[in-house]
Design a protein around this ligand. Structure first.
Ligand code: NAD
Ligand code: GLY
Length: 357
């Protein structure tokens, strides 16, 4: 069973990947060092996996659970307060451990609650969507949305371990599987052209949930993410490449109303836009754009932004992106399949052409 490591000195942690490991207390016990723990989950996931995890954590003396409403539209400060309410009502102390059981929304909120409850308590990620298994559960970005921008309030805060049970994907809706594949494709485009080719060859196996194909895609994605995070934990530089397509995608999500376009869907269309701009700048061949568009479409993801989004709307949202520095928009663009740069050195006219396409 693959065990990866996110190498961050004293904050290093393992990523366990395997079949049916949600049932195995050995993956949790060493990372829970008090008699208290709180499972943070949502109304959809609790009936499917809540009891299983509760049984696994039977060794915890005071195990509590908070069940949040499900959806990106609830990823906000009001919902975060429900976690703090549960912690305080049950008198959880500074040694407690939060266990995020869910997709990226739950992981990001539980992580931020852990970062801020009594100035920081332990947390464990148990990601249950493909997107959260390959991306959001690793790397310590936590937080909530603001009405004016996505993930605008949060903290870098690393989990103690990540437990990825590949079997949980069997109940994931197809649309959510595709959303996760957007982030998997991202890793090929930014860091590993051979993995990109592997994805071209194995997309139908992934869509039909072939266990070996999914396990390999998860492992390779987590390894790339772990390496990037180890090199630049707080996104002072190279980590920003993990946001290929995200500046366009976040604009789509915010404009369409959180949850109406899935994050992965918006990233899918956004990555095609980033490739298109890279091509207009002369940095990649047309062939790379065509292959990226074809692979994203093959994953059943959108390859164009919503028809009602204007250039002005994109620019409004993109101007408050977290990568804006000194009032300059920076974007993640490609200079080859498998190689990305973060740059403000693109032509404004080329960007406008991409937005108008
Ligand atoms: P999500 O958490 O909303 O989950 C998608 C849906 O699937 C939800 O309805 C959920 O209840 C359901 N679900 C989850 N697991 C299931 C399962 N096994 N079976 C059946 N249903 C299941 O969405 P997501 O795509 O996992 O995460 C998106 C969020 O992640 C966004 O808020 C995004 O900003 C964030 N994100 C964070 C990072 C990071 O580095 N922290 C990276 C990428 C994305
Ligand atoms: N998902 C982007 C990052 O973790 O940096």
């Amino acid at each position: 069973m693959p065990e990866l490591n996110v190498a961050l000195g004293e904050r290093s942690y393992p990523i366990f990947i395997g079949s049916n490991i949600l049932q195995n207390a050995d993956y949790f016990a060493p990372y829970i060092n008090s008699s208290q723990a709180l499972i943070v989950t949502n109304q959809t996931i609790d009936p499917i996996f809540g009891e299983k995890l509760t049984n696994t954590l039977g060794f915890v003396e005071s195990l509590d659970k908070v069940v949040l409403p499900d959806g990106e539209k609830y990823k906000n400060l009001d919902t975060l307060n429900l976690i703090f309410d549960a912690l305080l009502e049950k008198a959880h102390n500074r040694k407690t451990t939060l266990i995020a059981l869910g997709g990226g929304v739950i992981g990001d909120m539980a992580g931020f609650a852990a970062a801020s409850y009594q100035r920081g308590v332990n947390f464990i990620q148990v990601p249950t969507t493909l997107l959260s298994q390959v991306d959001s559960s690793v790397g310590g970005k936590t937080g909530v949305n603001h009405r004016l921008g996505k993930n605008m309030i949060g903290a870098f805060y690393q989990p103690k371990c990540v437990v990825i049970d590949t079997d949980v994907l069997s109940t994931l809706p197809d649309k959510e599987l595709s959303a996760g594949l957007a982030e998997v494709i991202k890793y090929g485009l930014i860091a590993d052209s051979e993995f990109f080719v592997w994805l071209e060859q194995n997309m139908s196996a992934l869509l039909s949930r072939d266990t070996d194909a999914l396990s390999y895609a998860i492992e390779r994605s987590c390894q790339i993410k772990a390496d990037v995070v180890a090199a630049d934990e707080k996104e002072g530089g190279v980590r920003a490449i993990l946001n290929l397509g995200h500046t366009f995608g976040h604009a789509i999500e915010a404009d369409q109303g959180y949850g109406n376009w899935l994050h992965g869907e918006a990233v899918g269309a956004g990555m095609v836009m980033a490739c298109d701009l890279s091509y207009r700048m002369g940095w990649i061949e047309k062939d790379v754009v065509d292959r990226a568009r074809a692979l994203i479409a093959a994953a059943n993801l959108p390859v164009t932004p919503p028809e009602d989004m204007t250039t002005e709307t994109f620019m409004k949202y993109m101007s408050i992106d977290k990568k804006v520095l000194d009032k300059k928009l920076r974007l993640v663009l490609l200079n080859a399949c498998g190689s990305a740069v973060v740059t403000s050195d693109f032509s404004h006219d080329a960007l406008i052409e991409t937005l108008q396409c």
